[in-house]
Design a binder for this molecule. Structure first.
Ligand code: ADP
Ligand code: GLC
Length: 482
């Protein structure tokens, strides 16, 4: 199968969240299976990493944006057997960050991702690669399925091309004024509520849902929630219901080459399930030293590795950290909401030695926290899948999570007498007091080493790899083509 993946980020080249991990891992999974040729298209951002040997495709091609014409160049690398193409346009992508400045979203994000989406299709022609399937991700590529069914409908090059659209997060919709519809070059006749129109403007996410041949999201439970719970569907639940025969939920995995406590190069000692006690003790000690926490091996250490965003519910945990800081230690790694960053900074200042806040994106520290913490706190208001809880479990760190989205599909909640299977704790009810009580409950179980180690081993034994889900994607690809 000729497969194109199009996304706005992919690990290890550029990443702001789990989208990148998933896109990177899926490319490698598909390419590793016989008979697939896999191309990945990414924007050529200023700060892409691990691309020392970029090759240039000679020439440029042109993309219209409204009345203007923009030039696009392509460069590429061989990443294992995946060909990664970087869509170059300096005006749009040569910037310090992917989507925003510190004070807000780039004001031309509509043009940036109109250009990118169309440049993926024109790029396929430019290099002469006819995709059977284009797998698009999130709002940034929502226009690709739309282009295929409108502007490129009669283009013989794409006659056999089908599209799959994966929604990683329905809360980010790429909602722009009507002018973006015109800049994208669609015909006014298609500006109807059944197609592009969305509250007087255009939503790139809605466009993807309307026009893709198949749609999926990243866990079965979130696929149900977005259709049934208006607070989680963010206005698109009804549309997804109307396409429910073409809408699937496939749970994420993690890349077990990147996330492996036994071989992780940043840990003081690697550990597997049989050495978990000593391995985690060493990781905890090193983490405390790095983060200037007073070493207290018998106190639980709670880790947080997260975007600091409304979705993640961490504003509801600030009070709890204050209340519990003499019973537990906290190490927080996060970037986002400046107010939340300030709140965590002041907690760390006031409780030096028991609370550490690390602002920013830091892959290495993330690995050290997943290994060195005893628990991972994730009080998400909604969570399409979540990777942090998966990574935590792989490292024998017990997730304390809210009962939503993919967290429900991936964590098995502790109940007294059910320690046979439990891998974590569900926060119930979802209130500040509920979070506090659940963490207190987890702390009391932590003190019973027999039960705790049972949970740790259960967590580490889960199959969290991509094997099964990658097969499910390929089965969905085949269904999309048939
Ligand atoms: P989301 O995609 O909603 O942010 P996920 O749990 O699916 O949440 O994925 C988050 C990914 O980003 C994980 O790989 C996690 O380790 C990583 N991550 C989140 N915040 C940071 C950070 N501040 N530094 C490094 N990695 C981070
Ligand atoms: C999104 C979601 C997260 C999911 C990730 C990868 O960012 O917020 O839950 O795990 O995408 O699919």
């Amino acid at each position: 199968m000729n497969i194109v993946l199009a996304a706005s980020e992919a690990f290890p080249f550029c990443k702001t969240g789990g989208l990148a991990d998933v896109v990177g891992a899926l490319c490698q999974q598909f390419a590793a299976r016989k008979g697939n040729k896999v191309l990945l298209f990414l924007p050529h951002y200023r700060n892409i990493v691990r691309v020392s040997s970029l090759k240039i495709v000679p020439g440029v091609y042109l993309i219209p944006i409204g009345d203007r014409i923009e030039q696009v160049s392509l460069s590429y690398i061989n990443w294992g057997s995946v060909l990664v193409f970087f869509v170059g346009n300096r005006k749009y992508f040569d910037r310090p960050d992917l989507y925003r400045t510190p004070s807000g979203e780039f004001s031309d994000n509509d043009e940036r991702f109109i250009l990118f989406s169309r440049a993926v299709l024109e790029g396929c022609k430019f290099i002469g690669f006819r995709p059977d399937l284009i797998h698009c991700h999130d709002w940034q590529t929502g226009l690709i399925p739309a282009y295929l069914k409108t502007v490129y409908k009669l283009d013989a090059f794409f006659t056999r091309t089908r599209s799959l659209y994966t929604i990683h997060n329905i809360a980010y919709q790429g909602h722009f004024p009507y002018s973006a519809f015109r800049k994208a070059g669609f015909h006014p006749v298609d500006y109807t509520s059944e197609k592009f129109e969305y509250y007087g403007g255009i939503s790139f996410l809605k466009s993807g849902i309307v026009f893709a041949d198949k749609i999926n999201t990243v866990s079965p439970n979130y696929a149900r929630e977005v259709q049934l719970d208006p607070a989680i569907g963010f206005g698109l639940g009804g549309l997804l219901q109307s396409r429910s025969h073409h809408f699937y939920g496939i749970v994420n995995g993690i890349d077990t080459d990147v996330w492996d406590p036994e071989l992780d190069p940043v840990l003081p000692v690697g550990y597997d399930i049989s050495e978990v006690t000593s391995g985690k003790a060493a990781a905890k000690q090193a983490l405390c030293q790095q983060c200037k926490l007073t070493p207290q091996p018998d106190k639980p250490l709670i880790g947080i590795v997260s975007r600091l965003d409304y979705q993640k519910g961490l504003d509801m945990a600030v009070g709890l950290i204050e209340k519990l800081q003499d019973k537990v230690q906290f190490v927080i790694l996060g970037k986002g909401d400046p107010l939340l960053e300030k709140a965590f900074q002041s907690l760390a200042r006031n409780h030096a030695g028991s609370v550490s806040f690390n602002e920013g994106l830091n892959e290495e520290l993330a690995h050290r926290i997943y290994a060195g913490a005893d628990m991972l706190l994730m009080p998400s208001r909604f969570e399409p899948c979540g990777l942090s809880q998966l990574i935590a479990m792989k490292y024998g760190t017990i997730p304390v999570v809210s009962h939503v989205g993919g967290l429900v599909d991936t964590v098995k909640g502790y109940q007294p007498g059910k320690e046979e299977t439990a891998t974590g704790f569900f926060i119930e009810p979802f209130t500040e007091t509920g979070i506090l009580r659940t963490v207190e409950r987890a702390i009391s179980i932590f003190e019973d080493k027999t039960i705790w180690m049972r949970l740790v081993r259960n967590a580490m034994r889960q199959d969290l790899s991509w094997d099964r889900s990658a097969e499910m994607y390929l089965a969905l690809y085949r269904k999309t083509l048939s």
